[in-house]
Design a binder for this molecule. Sequence first.
Ligand code: BDR
Ligand code: CA
Length: 307
Amino acid sequence: MPHAKPRQIVIDTDPGIDDAIGILLALASPEFSIRGMTTVAGNIGLETTTRNASRLLAFAGQEDIPVLVGAAAPLSRPGPEPLNLHGKDGIGGVDLLDPVRQPENQSAVEWLADLLLSVPASTVDVLALGPLTNIARLILEKPAAAKRIGRIIAMGGVIHEAGNVGPRSEFNLWADPEAAAVVVPSGLPLVLVPLDVTRRVRATREFAQALRAAGKPLATMVADLIESYFETKTHQESRPLHDPCVMLFALAPELFRLEDLRLTVNTGSSEEAGALTIDEKGKLVQVAMGVEGPAVLDLLAAKLTAI
Ligand code: BDR
Ligand code: CA
């Protein structure tokens, strides 16, 4: 059977250990043609997330993919403190060389708008792994370009469970609730992948060992990343692979269960900031609410060990 044409994607990201795993999965997947990576402050400051994006491309030998510098701070509030879950360098101190190629001079939003206007409408998807600041700015500043996005698949939010930074708040939406409150009701095709699903896709130390045993460079790097992810949580038996779920959904939507939910975003300054509420006044959004955890882990391992 002939292979389908690769889907064009842009990865918007704040690497981040789990971002890094998602990026390496995308780089290992011929189903994607990665047009560029746009960076955002989140897990750690913008300079570091940008450098990490470039270092990952250099490691994978794919520095032909451009890196575009995005937002250093949320739309209208001070940036969050680094989470301390991802180490001083944001990606757990794994051994990555400095990149050769520098980030482009154009801003992430300008570049994204030019890209979207230069290709047929609906042919580029945005895979969003961090706070939604860049995408919100695109919608606000370049609405005609934003309308041409095929689909936004975003790791963010929590629906029925406890949050990871507030009682009902997940980090990416909490870090820039005003941006989330632009993107969620925008009417653009959006799939949210919340903690309710990403907490069910968990890497154990054994999973990391199996990746390492394959003796392949990307799989070994992901094993290092997973092991570093345990460093701040030594008592845990497994760690959630939040951001890779975005790529896994794009690769194998049949392994996820989607629900159409009307959602609003809390933009208060309380600990509820970024919280999602199911509300009949909210905009209809597709939300991944179920996942076949073992099957998506098998897919992740298969992709990383194939090259
Ligand atoms: C999200 O927050 C970040 O720490 C992770 O990279 C992920 O994008 C999970 O809440
Ligand atoms: Ca992230």
